[in-house]
Design a protein around this ligand. Structure first.
Ligand SMILES: [Mg+2]
Length: 381
C-alpha cells in the first residue's frame, strides 16, 4: 500500500455536522473559447463542509453546455443539493477511503464528488493544523505557472491577446487549436515569440484522418500535443504517438487511475495532465500520479480553470515532485473580474506563491461570497 493510501485509511473518523452550498457567478475578463464552445461568466459551486471543530472548502467547477464534460453547473447543483449532501448529512465515515466509496455510490460524476472529497481533506488538514501539502507529505516549493490562451477569430486578435496577457511573465505558453486553425497559427506564434516554450491543446477535436496535421506540427519543437483525439481513442492516440516525436499529453482521456494504466500500457501518451475536477479529488489524483511515476510518465497540473478555491487546491498538489511541467493555474486576475479568495493568487518570476497555513493556505472572503452568490442551500444534521 502506498503512503497516501495508508494516510487515507488512517485519516480518522469523519463526521459532518453541516454543509453550505453556494452557487457563484463571476464575470470573466473576456470570453474563453476552445474547440467545443465558449463561456463568458464563471458559474461555479462552492461547498463549505463543517465537521464540528474544523471545516473545509470544496469547488465543483464544471463548464456550462457540452464545453468540456457532460456535467454542467446545473446538473452538479441538482445532484449535490438533492442527492449527495442530504445523504451525507449526519453520517460518519471511518476514513477517507470509505467516504470516497460512499460518494461513488451517490454520484457517477467526478465534478460532483470532487467538491466533497477535497473539502473533507481540507477539514482533516485544518483539524491537524497543517497544510494539505504537509498532510500528503509533499515538500514545499514554489509552483511554476504557464499561460493558456483560448481560440480567437483572427490571428490579429490572438496577437493582441498575447500582448495583453504577457506570456513572458510565465514559464511557457499554451494555445488552443482546432481543425483549420492549427499549423499556420503555431507558425505565427513561433514568429512572434520565438523564445517562449510553447505547446498546443486540441481539446479532442481531431481524428485519425488528421494525423498529417500533427506530423506538420512536429516540426515546431512544441513541448507537447495536448489531447489531440477524442476521450476514448487511446489506441489511435498510441498510433499518433508512434508517428510524431512531440510527446502526446492526455487530459480528457484520463478520468481514472485505470484510464492512466491503460494509456501507459498502450503507449497512448508520454505526458499526463491531472485535474482534480476531472478525476474526482485528491485520492484518485494521487493514484494517477503513482501509476504515471511507475510508468516513467511525467505529469502536470491542469485547470478548468476553477475559481480561487479549486486553484489553491491544485497548487497544494502541484508541488509534488511528479509534476514536471508548469501548471495551468494562473493568477486570479488572469481570468476573472474578481475572486472570493484572500490573498489573491499572485505571480512573481513565473511562480505562484502559496501562503503557509492550514488546509489550502488561503482564506475565503465571506463578503465576496455574498456579493457573487446567486443561490445558496444549507444542510444541518
Ligand atoms: Mg486540456
Amino acid at each position: 500500500m502506498t503512503s497516501f493510501e495508508e494516510l487515507a485509511k488512517a485519516s480518522g473518523l469523519l463526521g459532518f455536522t453541516g454543509f453550505d452550498l453556494y452557487r457563484i457567478a463571476i464575470p470573466m475578463r473576456e470570453p474563453f473559447r476552445i474547440s467545443s464552445g465558449e463561456v463568458a461568466v464563471k458559474d461555479s459551486l462552492l461547498l463549505k463542509v463543517n465537521g464540528g471543530d474544523a471545516f473545509g472548502w470544496g469547488e465543483s467547477s464544471a463548464m456550462p453546455g457540452a464545453f468540456y464534460s457532460s456535467e454542467t453547473p446545473d446538473s452538479c447543483w441538482e445532484e449535490l443539493s438533492t442527492v449527495v449532501l442530504p445523504a451525507l448529512a449526519g453520517r460518519e465515515f471511518p476514513d477517507m477511503v470509505s467516504l470516497e466509496e460512499f460518494l461513488k455510490e451517490q454520484s457517477q460524476s467526478a465534478f460532483v464528488r470532487v467538491a466533497v472529497e477535497t473539502a473533507a481533506w481540507e477539514l482533516l488538514a485544518r483539524r491537524r493544523g497543517v497544510s494539505l501539502r504537509s498532510l500528503f507529505s509533499i515538500a514545499d516549493r514554489e509552483v511554476v505557472s504557464g499561460l493558456a490562451v483560448g481560440l480567437y477569430d483572427t490571428r490579429e486578435e490572438l496577437r493582441e491577446a498575447l500582448e495583453r496577457y504577457r506570456p513572458r511573465d510565465y514559464a511557457r505558453l499554451k494555445i488552443k487549436i482546432k481543425r483549420g486553425q492549427d499549423v499556420e497559427l503555431v507558425r505565427a506564434v513561433r514568429q512572434w515569440l520565438p523564445d517562449v516554450p510553447l505547446f498546443v491543446d486540441a481539446n479532442a477535436d481531431y481524428g485519425r484522418e488528421d494525423f498529417a496535421t500533427f506530423q506538420e506540427l512536429d516540426a515546431f519543437g512544441l513541448m507537447m500535443f495536448e489531447q489531440p483525439l477524442a476521450r476514448g481513442e487511446l489506441e489511435a492516440s498510441a498510433e499518433l504517438q508512434r508517428l510524431v516525436r512531440t510527446p502526446v499529453c492526455l487530459d480528457e482521456s484520463i478520468e481514472t487511475a485505470d484510464d492512466a494504466r491503460r494509456a501507459i500500457q498502450l503507449g497512448s501518451c508520454r505526458i499526463v495532465n491531472i485535474k482534480l475536477q476531472r478525476v474526482g479529488g485528491y485520492l484518485e489524483a494521487l493514484r494517477i500520479i503513482e501509476i504515471c511515476s511507475r510508468g516513467g510518465i511525467p505529469v502536470w497540473m491542469g485547470t478548468m480553470p476553477e475559481l480561487g478555491i479549486g486553484s489553491a487546491q491544485a497548487l497544494q498538489l502541484a508541488a509534488h515532485p511528479a509534476f514536471r511541467f508548469p501548471t495551468d493555474v494562473e493568477p486570479s486576475e488572469r481570468w476573472y473580474e474578481d475572486d472570493i479568495l484572500m490573498p489573491r493568487l499572485s505571480l512573481a518570476n513565473s511562480q505562484l506563491h502559496v501562503p503557509a497555513g492550514p488546509g489550502i493556505g488561503f482564506q475565503v472572503d465571506e463578503r465576496k461570497l455574498e456579493q457573487y452568490c446567486t443561490a445558496r442551500k444549507t444542510f444541518k444534521t
